[in-house]
Structure formats: C-alpha cells, structure tokens
Design a protein around this ligand. Sequence first.
Ligand code: ADP
Ligand code: TRP
Length: 330
Amino acid sequence: METIVSGIRPTGHLHLGNYFGAVRNFVKLQENNNCYFFVADYHSLTTHPEAEDLKEKVKTVIIEFLASGLDPEKATLYIQSDVEEVTELYLLLNMFAYKGELERTASFKEKARKQPNNVNAGLLTYPVLMAADILIHKATKVPVGKDQEQHLEMTRNFAKRFNNFYNTKIFPEPQAYNFGHDLIKVPGLDGTGKMGKSDNNGIYLIDDAKTIKKKIMRAVTDAGPEKDKPMSEGVKNLFTLMELVSEADTVKYFREQYYNLTIRYGDMKKQLAEDMEKFIAPIRERIKELESNKDYINKILKQGSGKAKESASRTIKEVREVIGFYNTLK
Ligand code: ADP
Ligand code: TRP
C-alpha cells in the first residue's frame, strides 16, 4: 500500500482531459492505497483570483471529484487551505530551494512569459508549495501528468536536502505514479494538441446532451480520407475520443470505414456524440444532485480536512523537533 497525494488547481469545471488524465486515476487508486486528494487553492493565488470566484471554483472541483466517483470513505478529500500546516512546511522547505533552480523551472519560465506583469515570488516558489503538499503526508507516489515531473524531481531534491541537513529520514522520496498505458493525453476538438481549459476546445463533465452534440459536430476534421495519405490530426483526435467512451466494436467499425475510404465523418460524429452523452450523463446528474446538497458537501469537507490535518500535524511536529524550534507553546 502506497501513500498517494495529488491535487488539482481550482480553475473551473473539469473537462474530459482532467477526468481521464487525472480524476479517473484517482478513483482507481483510492481502492488500495492511502490517498489524499485535494483542491490546490493556495496554488491558484499566483494568478490573483477574485474571492467569490475562488470560492465557487473550489466548490465546483469538489463536487465534480465526488460526481466522478471519488469516495470520501476511501480517500481523504480536502481543500489545501484548510490544512494550514502546509504553509509552515512550505516556509521550511523554502530554505532548501535555491533561486537558480527555481528560475530554471519550465513552468515558471512559461508563466513568467504569459503574465510578465505578475511574476510574483509565489510563482517562483510554486514547486516548493507543491513539495510541501506531497511531503506533509510523506507520500511515496504522486499521480501526475508529464508536465509535473520536473516539480516532482524538485520535491525529491528538497526532501533529500532536508533529510541530509538534519540527519533524519523524515521524508521519503516520492516518485511519479506510473500508469503504464493508462497515462493518456486527451486531445481537444480543434484538431490541435491537448484538451485544455484555456483552449476552448473541450467537453466538460457538466455539458448537456445538446452542448456535447454541438461541440462534436463542429470538431475539426478534413475533406475525407485519401489513399496513402496519413490521417489528419483532427480525425485522429476524434478516434482517440471515441476510444475513451465508445464500445471497441464501434471504434473498429469506423476505423475500417476510414481505411476503406467510405467513412462519413458526420456519421462518426453522431455516434461519438451519442456515446459521449451516455458516458457523461450519469456524472452530470450526480453533479446536479450534489450542487443542491450543500450540507453533505460541507460534511465531507470537514471530515476530509480533519483527516488531512491529523496527518499534516504529525509531520509538522516531527519536523519542528528536528529543526530545533523552542516550541514554547507546544
Ligand atoms: P487545464 O490544462 O485545462 O488548465 P490543468 O492544468 O488544471 O488543466 O490540469 C489538471 C489535471 O488534469 C492535471 O493532472 C493534468 O495533467 C490533467 N490534464 C489536463 N488536461 C489534460 C489532457 N488534455 N489530457 C490528459 N490529462 C490532462
Ligand atoms: N501543480 C499541479 C498542477 O498544476 C497541482 C498540484 C499542486 C499538485 N500540488 C500538488 C499535484 C501536489 C500533485 C501533488 O496540475
């Protein structure tokens, strides 16, 4: 059994990329591991969200986690900012994070380019906060996408430096959780790269049947297959999406039609829209149910944050001891 930690920043409704790339894996992992899954609201402050907006988005992610099958009886679900211990560990780990390496982090360089007027220290130390999230529960495995691997490597370095300096074994060196074939990149509907919130190319767990159909019918394809011509990106993407939500036979049927050059993309899209709706409908319905059940959500969060705080304060207590704090009030 592994101790597993992962988080998602509250940036809005979850799309199929978030679902198949992250949340579905969490749902699998919760069965046999000690899991902590949280909404990374501290992290989202790097882009200065409005208070009301932040609150709404945090609630949205929690609801969509639950609707996707995360089970508060199996995994510890919580909001990062409910566990203030994380910020203390963040401060302590900052002493082992060097300016040069932080400046060289890919995500920092990209963000600094995207928001040149707001290159704040929180952005620079984003990987340290992430390390605190992980190390506060002494996680051994972290299910994340490829884009987070550098942060995970930094986490291991901070943990090693801390352990070495204080001559302790408090922190394990967490590794990426390897899903083998399950680590997928969900493509968008615009014929380009991956599905992403800011790319306006996604299908959301909250989308209704009409919206799903409209989006899929408008998805980018091409003028039709031609002999010896490679499949265009847009069509490839439709097949990838179909593999996620349709029966194997359905995918096979349209693949054959593609290769014998008789395919009509309109038919394929109609089928995909139908299968997508079948897949999303139960999740969407659970979202609707949960939205009107604020008491239940609050109860779950209290329970989750309580459990996360217990684990976090155990670690902080040990850390404070090895650092040599006076601990007058403790
Ligand atoms: P977005 O790109 O829409 O802003 P985030 O960066 O907030 O999404 O991603 C949250 C989680 O969902 C991460 O674990 C990320 O790896 C995963 N994820 C996001 N988009 C995709 C995608 N298209 N395919 C696979 N996983 C994805
Ligand atoms: N940085 C991650 C992302 O953008 C979110 C995150 C914050 C996270 N803290 C974490 C992921 C700890 C795993 C573990 O997707």
